[in-house]
Design a protein around this ligand. Structure first.
Ligand SMILES: [Zn+2]
Length: 382
């Protein structure tokens, strides 16, 4: 339950330290000439200072795609193997963002146009929907020659650049970033790495605190620059990420939400419904969830539990069904090793085959059978 509470509210994230390169600053060593370790050159193309920062991850209000939109994508080069890898990795964003990626042939119109070897140096993407404006024949994203890179590096590059393509800017651009930069070293590092001036480093990397709406700085974001520990005064760098952080997932889901779903159909496994497609009352105020052996309803306006059943001590292999006979059941084991599955809670409504569950606008969960309410979370069996 606690985990879910954390997921739903602003996240308290532990700053992860990177102590891999304590003393020496040698950018050349992490930037081979064959481009196997690409630095994102997004900031050279887009000026984040002109963008409006919004809560949760450094995401902008515009240019976003339309929620639910099919975004057409094509590859300008690259073999089928690497293209398929990009498709597979990029699709992770659409698990949380209500967008569809459709890949089209190179001679067709595409909103996003990806090159691997073609295009100016680095890995980059035009920000969000801007790639669908202007000259739509031009490349809008560069991933670099991914074939030489290891899996984690490929994942990082693809997820990160697609993050830009969905409207995300660099997370260390967030005004609440708490990195304690060792400035002389930072200027030297990025000058040797990219040839950037002090002003460019200030603009692209350091950023000045701005009075904008923000909630929580996320050093685990896929949109964060890699920060060597040697460039900070407290020895706390930021590791290279190759997964979407929880804040990435929650933020992108807030911007591209899935339609509100209020009904659970007969026979549906409630615990298997992912949080981003969770059951909500039609007015969006209440949410039904299942975690650690318990089924619960949350009032999202103040994030309090208004109803809860089940037994958290039987949270192992726990499941929750609306059975075909109309019964709601929660099952689980006390331990990981063996033991039988116990039913820890039941609505005792098995005489209503085909009944469905509806989360109503007042937060009441109702079992409806032939148009009549037979059980509800507020009143029990009727
Ligand atoms: Zn970037």
């Amino acid at each position: 339950m606690k985990e879910l509470k954390i997921l739903l509210t602003s996240l308290v994230l532990v700053f992860s330290s990177c102590h891999s390169d304590e003393n020496t600053i040698n950018p050349k060593s992490i930037l081979p000439e064959d481009e196997t370790a690409l630095i994102c050159t997004f900031d050279l193309r887009e000026n984040p200072n002109n963008l409006t920062l919004k809560p949760n991850a450094a995401i902008i209000a515009w240019p976003r795609w339309q929620t639910g939109q099919t975004v057409k994508i094509k590859f300008l080069d690259g073999d089928a193997t690497v293209q398929e890898k990009v498709k597979r990795i990029a699709s992770e964003w659409t698990e949380y963002a209500n967008l569809k990626f459709e890949y089209v042939a190179v001679n067709e119109y595409a909103d996003i146009r990806i090159g691997f070897n073609v295009g100016s140096y680095g890995a980059w993407s035009i920000l969000g929907m801007k790639s669908a404006y202007g000259n739509t024949d031009e490349q809008s994203m560069r991933l670099g020659p991914l074939t030489a890179a290891n899996e984690a590096s490929v994942r990082r590059t693809v997820l990160h650049e697609f993050g830009h393509a969905l409207g995300l800017i660099h997370e260390n651009a967030s005004p609440v970033a708490t990195i304690k930069w060792d400035l002389p070293k930072v200027y030297k590092y990025y000058n040797e790495l990219n040839g950037w001036s002090k002003e460019e480093v200030d603009e692209f990397v350091i950023k000045s605190p701005e009075s904008t709406n923000y909630t929580q700085y996320d050093p685990l974001s896929i949109m964060h620059y890699y920060v060597p520990a040697s460039l900070t005064t407290d020895g706390k760098g930021v590791n290279e990420m190759s997964e979407l952080s929880q804040t990435d997932q929650i933020s992108i889901n807030k911007w591209y939400p899935f339609p509100i779903r209020s009904i659970i159909e007969s026979g549906e496994r409630i615990d298997a419904i992912p949080w981003m497609k969770s059951i909500k009352s039609p007015n969006g105020r209440y949410s039904l969830g299942f975690s650690r052996g318990c089924l619960y309803i949350i009032d999202l306006t103040n994030e309090t539990f208004i109803w809860q059943v089940g037994d958290s001590t039987f949270s192992r292999f726990s499941s929750c069904y609306l059975e075909l006979n109309g019964n709601i059941t929660i099952q689980g084991q006390r331990s990981l090793t063996g033991g039988i599955k116990h039913t820890t809670w039941s609505s005792d409504t098995s005489e209503f085959p085909g009944a469905s569950l509806h989360l109503q606008d007042d937060g009441d969960l109702q079992l409806i059978y032939n148009g009549a309410v037979k059980w509800s979370s507020k009143n029990g069996k009727m």
